[in-house]
Design a protein around this ligand. Structure first.
Ligand code: ATP
Ligand code: LTN
Length: 332
């Protein structure tokens, strides 16, 4: 019997600071789960990171660190293609092409642009505006079937699909139309201090987010201080944003359902529950942090891996870019 080709997956993550438990549960953990079943390509989206001003030395450090974290997580360069976005020029090249097939009006509706331009009012640059076009290029170059992301990226993925459909509508079958892959649990991890807001590494309140690389003491402290409510019953409730979030985190880490969690903590207080969530998170993240510390020390090995990864990615990306350019009428 002929082996069916594996379906393809692509995703990227920005090296824009310490990655959080939200990034982990919303995106990275799924990448790992998909690695065996799919043909996966994952990148550090460094080009996206400069849509907000970055300090050069810090950006460089974060690119290394994000790549090392992908390895520490268990992503395997033998099985998946792991690379750094700016190393494959086709991303910027296709982004330019696609920007000429994207309307100003549709970009203006992107909620992330509205949020980020309000937050960085002194630097509302054109890159921040056209960011979803570059993201569409990242995706379409690799013809993925699925793109695993957190819920906040859904709108960007829809635009990528619209752009691809428009382009295919004019020129024939160039791009695959990708489907989002958003986890049922963990797609939207909320701030521990204001659980109506998404957990974000750019939040100034350091108790509001847990970094994947935080040490166990810090993780426990942050969970102990997590905002809850006055009802003192561990169950999902419409107004129980803090507890809902902690149940979501505990469920994503342990695989238990909300009902099982409610049963487990029947008759116990929030104090016990917070400790249990903290401990589960500490144990989930411990091996990642330990592997990370070993990997980040060996820059030469890292460099070899990301160079090989870029070569593999380049091969695929070039083919798609050439096809798109030919269709448009460029002389190759
Ligand atoms: P910022 O918080 O600074 O706005 P970000 O963390 O949203 O940045 P990325 O680092 O690019 O931006 O996000 C990488 C992935 O993590 C995306 O797929 C995103 O959907 C997911 N993600 C980010 N925050 C959360 C969260 N709180 N819950 C679930 N998924 C998240
Ligand atoms: N915009 C995404 C990061 C990102 C991405 C991508 C995700 C850049 N390119 C391609 C999926 C596919 C973010 O901010 N989370």
């Amino acid at each position: 019997m002929e082996m069916e080709a594996k379906k393809k997956v692509l995703s990227c993550i920005q090296p824009s600071g310490m990655l959080t438990l939200g990034n982990y549960l919303g995106a990275l953990k799924n990448w790992l789960n998909m690695q065996e079943e799919f043909d996966c390509t994952f990148a550090v989206a460094d080009l996206h990171a400069i849509t907000v001003r970055q300090e050069p030395a810090k950006l460089r450090q974060q690119i290394y660190s994000t790549y090392a974290l992908m390895l520490a997580l268990g992503l395997d360069p033998e099985k998946s293609t792991l690379f750094i976005q700016s190393h494959v020029a086709a991303h910027s090249q296709l982004a330019w092409l696609l920007s000429c097939y994207t309307q100003f009006g549709e970009m203006s509706r992107m909620t992330q642009f509205k949020d980020k331009s309000a937050k960085h009012a002194d630097n509302v640059n054109v890159g921040l505006f056209s960011y979803p076009v570059l993201m569409a290029a990242d995706i379409l170059l690799y013809k993925p079937d699925f793109v695993p992301v957190g819920a906040d990226q859904k709108q960007h993925l829809e635009i990528a699909r619209d752009i691809a459909e428009r382009f295919n509508g004019i020129y024939g079958d160039v791009f695959t139309i990708p489907d989002p892959y958003i986890p049922k649990i963990g797609a939207r991890v909320m701030s521990l201090q204001d659980p109506t807001k998404k957990m974000s590494k750019s939040d100034e309140n350091l108790n509001s987010w847990v970094a994947i690389l935080d040490n166990p003491d810090d993780i426990m402290r942050k969970f102990k201080r997590a905002v809850t409510d006055s009802e003192a019953r561990v169950c999902i409730g419409e107004e129980k944003h803090g507890i809902n979030n902690l149940i979501g985190i505990y469920s994503a880490v342990t695989g238990k359902t909300a009902e099982q969690i409610t049963a487990e903590f029947e008759g116990k207080g929030y104090g016990d529950f917070k400790l249990a969530v903290g401990e589960a998170v500490v144990e989930e993240l411990r091996p990642i942090r330990e592997r990370y510390e070993a990997i980040i020390k060996d820059k030469a090995a890292l460099e070899e891996l990301y160079r090989n990864g870029a070569q593999k990615a380049e091969y695929v990306a070039r083919k798609t870019l050439s096809k798109a350019m030919k269709k448009v009428g460029f002389v190759l």
